[in-house]
Design a protein around this ligand. Structure first.
Ligand code: ADP
Length: 561
C-alpha cells in the first residue's frame, strides 16, 4: 500500500508495505535490541543540524527538502554477526540498507541514504573500538566508529602520540575507516587515506564475511578465541603490513561503492619524523596562481614538499575567522577590491600556501632553503612561521596541528560564512599545472559568482594531481539559494566535463550526473560495476544508487537525479 499510516516512517522503503516494514522492524529489534532501532516517523524529529552532534537519519546540509534524503529507520548493530544478520533480513524483505560509520560526511550527504526510506545502518554507534595499535609495525586496526579524535586520544592515553602520528582531514570528527573508504584526504605525508589503509574485513551483501589481502590467509600460530565467531579471531600477522595478498586486489571495490559493509580496517601510522616545522607562504595577486602551481609540481614530485600541502583562497581563511557580515554589508559576491581589503586586514595573500618540513633540523634547514628560494622568485611572496603570527586564531596555528595529524574542529567555522550556513563540495581533479589549474579556477569561479555566491576554495596537492575543493556555502533556510546552488553545481559538473575534468567524490544528489561523465567506450566502466553489483547483490539491497551504481532491481532511469 502506498498510503501513509500514522505509524509509518516519513518514507517507507520503496515497494515495502506498512505491514512488511513493521514485521521487518520487529525482527531487526530481535537482532540488535530495541535500543538500537529508531524508526524515523516524523519530520519534526529531524532536528540535528550540526557537525558536533550529527543527524543519523537525514542530510543536515540539504539541497532538496530536508526530509527527502531520509532513512526509514536507523539500526545500530553491536557486532559483526549482527551486521550479517541484518544483511540477511534485508535480503529477505528486499529492503535497501545504507551503511555509514559516523555520519559526518558533510557536503556529500552526511549519513543520509541515496534512496529515501532505506535503513540507515549506523556502524559507528556500538562498533567503535581501536582494536590494536601496533607500535613496531606502526599501524592501527579500527572499527567503523573510531573517529580521528578518538584515535588520537587513544595514542595520547597510551603515551604513543610522540612516537606515532595519525593523519587527519580538516575536521577530526569523521570515521578513520569511513573516510578512507570514501577516499578522503589529510595533510601529512600520509594524506592519501586509501593509499595508507592496509587490510579490510567486509560483510558482503549476502551476509558472508571476508578479509582482504593477507587477512584471507588464516594464521594457525595466532591465538584462537575459544568459542568466538570468525570476526573475533585475530588476523594474519601481515594483514596490516602488506596490502595486496595474492591474486586480484579487491579492496578498491569496497571504496565509494555498494558492494560490502566494512567492519574493520587497518591504517598505517606515520613514525614521528624527528622534527617538524609548519609554515605559510602568502602570494598577493590572483594571477600568482599559475606560478605557484608550477613550482609546487616541481617540488612535490621531487619530494622537497613531503606532505599534502594546500593552496587556499583567501576567502576560505577569512571564513574561518569571521562571517561574511563581519567583513562586508554586501549581499553580492565580494569584488576583487573587497577581497584585497580582507587579505590586507588579515595579513594574508590572495593565495596562501600551507606547508611543513618533516625531519631533523639539518634536513629542515636544507629543505627550507630550497622552498624559500624557489617560491621567493614570485614577487611579493611572504614567508611565515607560527611564531611570526601573533593572532592565535590564525589559520596557520590550526594548520600547524593538522599538518602533524592532530585533529581539530576549528575549520567548522567557515560554513557559517552565511547565516544558517550549509555547504556542498564541488571537487574536480586538476593536473598540477599552472595553466590547467588556472583555467579550472577561472571557469569555476565565473559560475560561482554568476550564481551569486562567493568563491571559497582550496587546492590540496596529492602525489601527481590536485583535489580542487570548491566550498559552495549556502543558507539552508533560503529556498532561492538552495535552488541556485543546486543549479550551479550541475552546471559546474558539465563545464568541467567539457574540459575532461572529473570529480573525485560527490553529494548524493549529484552521483548519477557525475557517474555519467566517466563514460569512456560507451560506459564500459559502469557496465563492469553493474555486473559486479548484480553478481554480489542480486536483490539490490546494499546502498542502491551509491556513486551512480544501480542494481538491476531498480529502474535506473526512473531513479536518476
Ligand atoms: P564520516 O566518516 O565522514 O563520518 P560517514 O560515516 O558519513 O563518514 O560515511 C560516509 C559514506 O561512506 C557513507 O555514506 C557510506 O557510503 C560509506 N561508508 C561509511 N562507513 C561505511 C562502512 N562501514 N561500510 C560501508 N560503507 C561505509
Amino acid at each position: 500500500s502506498s498510503k501513509k499510516n500514522a505509524a509509518d516512517p516519513i518514507a517507507l522503503p520503496p515497494g515495502t508495505s506498512s505491514e512488511d516494514f513493521k514485521e521487518y522492524i520487529k525482527k531487526a529489534v530481535e537482532i540488535v535490541g530495541e535500543e538500537n532501532v529508531t524508526v524515523i516517523n516524523n519530520k519534526d524529529e529531524l532536528t540535528k543540524e550540526h557537525y558536533t552532534d550529527p543527524s543519523k537519519a537525514h542530510d543536515m546540509f540539504h539541497v532538496f527538502d530536508k526530509d527527502y534524503f531520509v532513512a526509514s529507520a536507523v539500526i545500530a548493530p553491536r557486532k559483526v554477526s549482527e551486521v550479517q544478520a541484518i544483511m540477511k533480513l534485508c535480503n529477505e524483505y528486499g529492503i535497501p540498507v545504507w551503511p555509514f560509520s559516523v555520519g559526518r560526511n558533510v557536503g556529500y550527504g552526511g549519513s543520509a541514504p541515496r534512496v529515501p526510506g532505506s535503513i540507515g545502518l549506523d556502524m559507528g554507534r556500538n562498533m567503535n573500538k581501536v582494536i590494536e595499535v601496533n607500535e613496531s609495525g606502526a599501524y592501527a586496526l579500527v572499527e567503523p566508529g573510531v573517529t580521528y579524535a578518538d584515535l588520537y586520544a587513544y595514542l595520547v592515553e597510551k603515551k604513543l602520540d610522540q612516537k606515532l602520528w595519525i593523519d587527519t582531514p580538516d575536521l577530526g570528527g569523521g570515521s578513520v575507516l569511513g573516510n578512507a573508504i570514501e577516499r578522503g584526504v589529510g595533510y601529512t605525508p600520509y594524506g592519501d587515506h586509501f593509499m595508507m589503509h592496509c587490510g579490510m574485513e567486509v560483510v558482503l551483501p549476502s551476509g558472508e564475511l571476508l578479509r582482504t589481502g593477507m587477512g584471507a590467509m588464516p594464521d594457525p600460530t595466532q591465538p584462537h578465541v575459544e568459542g568466538g565467531t570468525l570476526d573475533q579471531q585475530p588476523g594474519n600477522k601481515c594483514w596490516q603490513l602488506f596490502n595486496y595478498g595474492f591474486g586480484p586486489y579487491n579492496d578498491g571495490i569496497f571504496t565509494q561503492s555498494n558492494l560490502g559493509v566494512v567492519t574493520k580496517m587497518g591504517i598505517w601510522l606515520m613514525v614521528n619524523p624527528g622534527g617538524y616545522q609548519p609554515y605559510l607562504i602568502t602570494f598577493p595577486k590572483d594571477s600568482d596562481l599559475p606560478k605557484v602551481v608550477d613550482i609546487i609540481r616541481e617540488l612535490r614530485l621531487a619530494m622537497v614538499l613531503q606532505n599534502v600541502p594546500s593552496i587556499r583562497h583567501v576567502l576560505l581563511d577569512a571564513a574561518v575567522l569571521g562571517t561574511k557580515a563581519s567583513y562586508s554589508s554586501s549581499d553580492k559576491p565580494l569584488t576583487d577590491e573587497e577581497i584585497d581589503a580582507i587579505a590586507k586586514k588579515l595579513n594574508l595573500g590572495r593565495w596562501n600556501f600551507y606547508g611543513a618540513l618533516y625531519g631533523p633540523k639539518p634536513i629542515q634547514d636544507v629543505m627550507w632553503q630550497v622552498v624559500k628560494q624557489t617560491f621567493g622568485s614570485i614577487e611579493g611572496a611572504k614567508f611565515f612561521l607560527p611564531e611570526d603570527v601573533p593572532d592565535k586564531n590564525a589559520v596557520l596555528h590550526i594548520r600547524a596541528k593538522t599538518l602533524q595529524g592532530i585533529p581539530t574542529f576549528d575549520e567548522l567555522k567557515w560554513v557559517d560564512w552565511l547565516p544558517n550556513g550549509a555547504h556542498l563540495f564541488f571537487s574536480p581533479i586538476s593536473k598540477i599545472s599552472g595553466e590547467d589549474a588556472t583555467l579550472q579556477y577561472s571557469i569555476t569561479k565565473k559560475r560561482v559568482i554568476e550564481a551569486g555566491f562567493d568563491f571559497i576554495a582550496t587546492f590540496t596537492i596529492g602525489m601527481r594531481e590536485m583535489h580542487h575543493i570548491v566550498c559552495l556555502v549556502f543558507n539552508r533556510n533560503d529556498a532561492g539559494q538552495k535552488e541556485r546552488v543546486h543549479k550551479l553545481i550541475r552546471q559546474l559538473i558539465d563545464d568541467c566535463a567539457a574540459h575532461g575534468w572529473g570529480e573525485y567524490r560527490t553529494h548524493l544528489a549529484l552521483m548519477d550526473q557525475i557517474a555519467e561523465t566517466y563514460n569512456f567506450n560507451d560506459n564500459a566502466q559502469m557496465k563492469l560495476n553493474e555486473k559486479i553489483k548484480n553478481a554480489l547483490d542480486p536483490n539490490g539491497i546494499l546502498a542502491p544508487g551509491k556513486n551512480g551504481v544501480w542494481p538491476a532491481t531498480y529502474n535506473k532511469q526512473a531513479w536518476r537525479l
